[in-house]
Design a protein. Structure first.
Length: 278
Protein backbone atom coordinates (compact mmCIF):
# COMPACT_ATOMS: atom_id res chain seq x y z
CA UNK A 1 0.00 0.00 0.00
CA UNK A 2 1.09 3.57 -0.71
CA UNK A 3 1.16 4.66 2.94
CA UNK A 4 3.20 1.61 3.96
CA UNK A 5 5.62 2.28 1.11
CA UNK A 6 6.08 5.88 2.22
CA UNK A 7 6.76 4.76 5.80
CA UNK A 8 9.33 2.20 4.63
CA UNK A 9 11.12 4.73 2.42
CA UNK A 10 11.14 7.36 5.16
CA UNK A 11 12.78 4.82 7.51
CA UNK A 12 15.56 4.29 4.98
CA UNK A 13 16.15 8.03 4.69
CA UNK A 14 16.00 8.74 8.40
CA UNK A 15 18.31 5.83 9.20
CA UNK A 16 21.13 7.49 7.32
CA UNK A 17 21.12 10.42 9.75
CA UNK A 18 22.35 12.72 7.00
CA UNK A 19 21.92 16.40 6.27
CA UNK A 20 19.57 15.33 3.48
CA UNK A 21 16.78 14.50 5.93
CA UNK A 22 17.04 17.92 7.58
CA UNK A 23 16.90 19.73 4.25
CA UNK A 24 14.17 17.75 2.53
CA UNK A 25 11.93 17.58 5.58
CA UNK A 26 11.00 21.22 5.00
CA UNK A 27 9.40 20.51 1.61
CA UNK A 28 5.67 20.18 1.04
CA UNK A 29 4.28 16.66 1.32
CA UNK A 30 4.35 15.81 -2.39
CA UNK A 31 7.88 17.06 -3.05
CA UNK A 32 9.22 15.51 0.15
CA UNK A 33 7.75 12.14 -0.81
CA UNK A 34 9.46 12.34 -4.20
CA UNK A 35 12.82 13.42 -2.79
CA UNK A 36 12.71 10.69 -0.15
CA UNK A 37 12.20 8.11 -2.91
CA UNK A 38 15.25 9.45 -4.81
CA UNK A 39 17.41 9.32 -1.70
CA UNK A 40 16.19 5.84 -0.75
CA UNK A 41 17.10 4.63 -4.25
CA UNK A 42 20.59 6.14 -3.89
CA UNK A 43 20.95 4.58 -0.43
CA UNK A 44 20.03 1.10 -1.71
CA UNK A 45 22.42 1.08 -4.66
CA UNK A 46 25.20 2.72 -2.63
CA UNK A 47 24.88 -0.08 -0.06
CA UNK A 48 25.24 -2.64 -2.87
CA UNK A 49 28.46 -0.97 -4.05
CA UNK A 50 29.87 -0.58 -0.53
CA UNK A 51 28.77 -3.63 1.42
CA UNK A 52 28.90 -6.58 -0.96
CA UNK A 53 32.40 -8.07 -1.30
CA UNK A 54 31.88 -10.16 -4.44
CA UNK A 55 32.38 -7.89 -7.47
CA UNK A 56 30.36 -10.11 -9.81
CA UNK A 57 27.43 -10.05 -7.39
CA UNK A 58 27.72 -6.26 -7.13
CA UNK A 59 27.57 -5.85 -10.90
CA UNK A 60 24.64 -8.24 -11.22
CA UNK A 61 22.62 -6.45 -8.53
CA UNK A 62 23.40 -2.98 -9.87
CA UNK A 63 22.52 -3.99 -13.44
CA UNK A 64 19.34 -5.54 -12.08
CA UNK A 65 18.45 -2.10 -10.79
CA UNK A 66 18.61 -0.80 -14.38
CA UNK A 67 15.90 -3.33 -15.22
CA UNK A 68 13.97 -2.23 -12.14
CA UNK A 69 14.18 1.38 -13.33
CA UNK A 70 12.83 0.25 -16.72
CA UNK A 71 9.94 -1.35 -14.84
CA UNK A 72 9.36 1.85 -12.85
CA UNK A 73 8.79 3.62 -16.18
CA UNK A 74 6.53 0.82 -17.38
CA UNK A 75 3.25 -0.61 -16.16
CA UNK A 76 4.28 -3.93 -14.57
CA UNK A 77 3.69 -4.63 -10.89
CA UNK A 78 6.63 -3.50 -8.78
CA UNK A 79 8.15 -5.52 -5.94
CA UNK A 80 9.68 -3.12 -3.43
CA UNK A 81 8.56 0.04 -1.66
CA UNK A 82 11.43 2.01 -3.18
CA UNK A 83 10.41 1.03 -6.72
CA UNK A 84 6.76 1.90 -6.13
CA UNK A 85 7.65 5.26 -4.60
CA UNK A 86 9.99 5.97 -7.52
CA UNK A 87 7.12 5.37 -9.93
CA UNK A 88 5.10 7.95 -8.03
CA UNK A 89 7.98 10.44 -8.38
CA UNK A 90 8.56 9.70 -12.07
CA UNK A 91 4.88 10.09 -12.88
CA UNK A 92 4.53 13.25 -10.77
CA UNK A 93 7.61 15.10 -12.00
CA UNK A 94 8.54 13.57 -15.38
CA UNK A 95 12.00 12.54 -14.18
CA UNK A 96 14.62 11.48 -16.73
CA UNK A 97 15.42 7.78 -16.84
CA UNK A 98 18.97 8.62 -17.99
CA UNK A 99 19.69 10.31 -14.64
CA UNK A 100 18.83 7.12 -12.75
CA UNK A 101 21.04 5.16 -15.16
CA UNK A 102 23.89 7.63 -14.56
CA UNK A 103 23.73 7.11 -10.80
CA UNK A 104 23.83 3.33 -11.25
CA UNK A 105 26.72 3.66 -13.73
CA UNK A 106 28.61 5.65 -11.10
CA UNK A 107 28.19 2.82 -8.62
CA UNK A 108 29.24 0.34 -11.31
CA UNK A 109 32.52 2.24 -11.66
CA UNK A 110 33.16 1.26 -8.03
CA UNK A 111 31.83 -2.27 -8.43
CA UNK A 112 33.89 -3.28 -11.46
CA UNK A 113 37.15 -2.24 -9.86
CA UNK A 114 37.83 -0.18 -6.78
CA UNK A 115 38.64 3.33 -7.93
CA UNK A 116 42.23 4.26 -7.07
CA UNK A 117 44.01 7.48 -8.10
CA UNK A 118 41.76 8.16 -11.12
CA UNK A 119 42.59 10.60 -13.88
CA UNK A 120 40.89 13.98 -13.50
CA UNK A 121 38.60 13.07 -16.41
CA UNK A 122 37.53 9.83 -14.74
CA UNK A 123 37.01 11.56 -11.40
CA UNK A 124 34.84 14.24 -13.01
CA UNK A 125 32.75 11.53 -14.66
CA UNK A 126 32.34 9.73 -11.35
CA UNK A 127 31.28 12.95 -9.57
CA UNK A 128 28.79 13.77 -12.30
CA UNK A 129 27.24 10.32 -12.13
CA UNK A 130 26.94 9.85 -8.37
CA UNK A 131 26.23 13.46 -7.35
CA UNK A 132 25.34 15.79 -10.23
CA UNK A 133 22.76 13.34 -11.66
CA UNK A 134 21.01 13.37 -8.26
CA UNK A 135 20.93 17.16 -8.51
CA UNK A 136 19.34 16.99 -11.97
CA UNK A 137 16.56 14.75 -10.62
CA UNK A 138 16.10 17.07 -7.64
CA UNK A 139 15.70 20.31 -9.58
CA UNK A 140 12.81 18.84 -11.56
CA UNK A 141 11.06 18.07 -8.27
CA UNK A 142 11.84 21.59 -7.00
CA UNK A 143 10.25 23.05 -10.13
CA UNK A 144 13.39 24.44 -11.74
CA UNK A 145 13.86 24.63 -15.50
CA UNK A 146 16.57 23.01 -17.60
CA UNK A 147 18.18 26.47 -17.86
CA UNK A 148 18.91 26.25 -14.14
CA UNK A 149 20.93 23.02 -14.32
CA UNK A 150 24.16 24.94 -13.64
CA UNK A 151 22.99 25.33 -10.05
CA UNK A 152 22.58 21.56 -9.64
CA UNK A 153 25.89 20.89 -11.40
CA UNK A 154 27.84 23.24 -9.12
CA UNK A 155 26.23 21.91 -5.96
CA UNK A 156 26.79 18.29 -6.98
CA UNK A 157 30.48 18.89 -7.64
CA UNK A 158 30.92 20.85 -4.38
CA UNK A 159 29.20 18.17 -2.30
CA UNK A 160 31.12 15.29 -3.84
CA UNK A 161 34.55 16.92 -3.55
CA UNK A 162 33.80 17.66 0.11
CA UNK A 163 32.76 14.03 0.57
CA UNK A 164 36.02 12.81 -0.97
CA UNK A 165 38.04 14.60 1.71
CA UNK A 166 35.67 13.84 4.59
CA UNK A 167 35.42 10.12 3.74
CA UNK A 168 39.08 9.65 2.76
CA UNK A 169 40.07 7.21 5.52
CA UNK A 170 36.83 5.23 5.26
CA UNK A 171 37.34 4.88 1.50
CA UNK A 172 40.95 3.74 2.00
CA UNK A 173 39.68 0.93 4.24
CA UNK A 174 37.57 -0.23 1.28
CA UNK A 175 40.60 -0.15 -1.00
CA UNK A 176 39.57 3.04 -2.76
CA UNK A 177 41.11 6.46 -3.25
CA UNK A 178 39.06 9.00 -5.21
CA UNK A 179 41.79 11.64 -5.28
CA UNK A 180 43.02 12.36 -8.79
CA UNK A 181 46.49 11.09 -9.69
CA UNK A 182 47.33 14.67 -10.72
CA UNK A 183 47.59 15.71 -7.08
CA UNK A 184 50.00 12.90 -6.20
CA UNK A 185 52.22 13.84 -9.12
CA UNK A 186 52.08 17.52 -8.11
CA UNK A 187 53.36 16.81 -4.58
CA UNK A 188 55.60 13.85 -5.43
CA UNK A 189 53.59 11.39 -3.32
CA UNK A 190 53.77 7.69 -4.06
CA UNK A 191 50.39 6.26 -5.15
CA UNK A 192 50.20 3.50 -2.58
CA UNK A 193 47.02 2.82 -0.59
CA UNK A 194 49.03 1.30 2.28
CA UNK A 195 51.39 4.25 2.85
CA UNK A 196 49.24 7.31 2.10
CA UNK A 197 48.16 7.80 5.72
CA UNK A 198 51.81 8.25 6.73
CA UNK A 199 52.45 10.91 4.10
CA UNK A 200 52.42 14.47 5.60
CA UNK A 201 51.87 16.07 2.19
CA UNK A 202 48.42 14.47 1.94
CA UNK A 203 47.22 17.49 3.92
CA UNK A 204 48.30 19.72 1.01
CA UNK A 205 46.18 17.64 -1.33
CA UNK A 206 43.17 17.94 0.96
CA UNK A 207 43.51 21.72 0.95
CA UNK A 208 43.73 21.78 -2.86
CA UNK A 209 40.56 19.69 -3.19
CA UNK A 210 38.72 21.84 -0.65
CA UNK A 211 39.77 24.96 -2.58
CA UNK A 212 38.28 23.36 -5.69
CA UNK A 213 35.08 22.49 -3.82
CA UNK A 214 34.84 26.09 -2.62
CA UNK A 215 34.93 27.34 -6.22
CA UNK A 216 31.85 25.24 -6.92
CA UNK A 217 30.13 26.48 -3.75
CA UNK A 218 30.75 30.06 -4.93
CA UNK A 219 29.42 29.22 -8.39
CA UNK A 220 26.28 27.67 -6.86
CA UNK A 221 25.81 30.85 -4.80
CA UNK A 222 25.97 32.90 -7.98
CA UNK A 223 23.48 30.63 -9.76
CA UNK A 224 21.11 30.60 -6.77
CA UNK A 225 20.61 34.38 -7.12
CA UNK A 226 18.92 33.76 -10.48
CA UNK A 227 16.35 31.38 -8.95
CA UNK A 228 13.28 32.04 -6.79
CA UNK A 229 14.36 31.43 -3.20
CA UNK A 230 11.29 29.40 -2.26
CA UNK A 231 12.12 26.81 -4.95
CA UNK A 232 15.56 25.96 -3.61
CA UNK A 233 15.16 26.34 0.15
CA UNK A 234 15.70 22.59 0.74
CA UNK A 235 18.90 22.39 -1.30
CA UNK A 236 20.15 25.63 0.26
CA UNK A 237 19.71 24.07 3.71
CA UNK A 238 21.76 21.08 2.57
CA UNK A 239 24.35 23.50 1.22
CA UNK A 240 24.80 25.34 4.52
CA UNK A 241 25.34 22.01 6.29
CA UNK A 242 27.90 20.97 3.68
CA UNK A 243 29.59 24.37 3.88
CA UNK A 244 29.88 23.91 7.65
CA UNK A 245 31.54 20.51 7.17
CA UNK A 246 33.76 22.02 4.46
CA UNK A 247 34.74 24.82 6.85
CA UNK A 248 35.65 22.34 9.60
CA UNK A 249 37.85 20.42 7.18
CA UNK A 250 39.40 23.57 5.76
CA UNK A 251 40.38 25.30 8.99
CA UNK A 252 42.67 22.71 10.48
CA UNK A 253 44.91 19.77 9.81
CA UNK A 254 42.56 16.91 9.13
CA UNK A 255 42.52 14.12 11.68
CA UNK A 256 42.54 11.03 9.49
CA UNK A 257 41.27 8.87 12.33
CA UNK A 258 38.14 10.93 13.00
CA UNK A 259 35.31 11.54 10.53
CA UNK A 260 34.18 15.15 10.52
CA UNK A 261 30.44 15.58 11.09
CA UNK A 262 27.92 18.01 12.54
CA UNK A 263 26.18 17.38 15.84
CA UNK A 264 22.41 17.79 16.17
CA UNK A 265 23.05 20.96 18.16
CA UNK A 266 25.25 22.39 15.39
CA UNK A 267 22.64 21.55 12.76
CA UNK A 268 19.87 23.17 14.80
CA UNK A 269 21.95 26.32 15.36
CA UNK A 270 22.91 26.55 11.68
CA UNK A 271 19.29 26.06 10.69
CA UNK A 272 18.11 28.86 12.98
CA UNK A 273 20.69 31.25 11.51
CA UNK A 274 19.63 30.21 8.03
CA UNK A 275 15.98 31.12 8.59
CA UNK A 276 16.91 34.40 10.23
CA UNK A 277 18.94 35.42 7.19
CA UNK A 278 17.02 33.76 4.33
Amino acid sequence: MSVDDQIEVKKLVKKSGSSFFWGMNILDKKKKRAMFSIYAFCRVIDDIADELENKIEKELKLNLWKKKIDNVYGSVNLITSVERELRYSVNSYDLEKSDFYSIIDGMLMDAKEDIKFPSQKKLNLYCDRVAVAVGYLSIKIFGLSQNEKKYAFSLGRAFQLTNIVRDFTEDLERGRCYISSNYFEKYGIKKNIKTILDEPKIQNIFQDILHEANKYFIKSDEESKKIQKRKIIASEIMKIFYKAIHSKLFKKRINLKQRIKLSSFEKTFILLLFFIRY
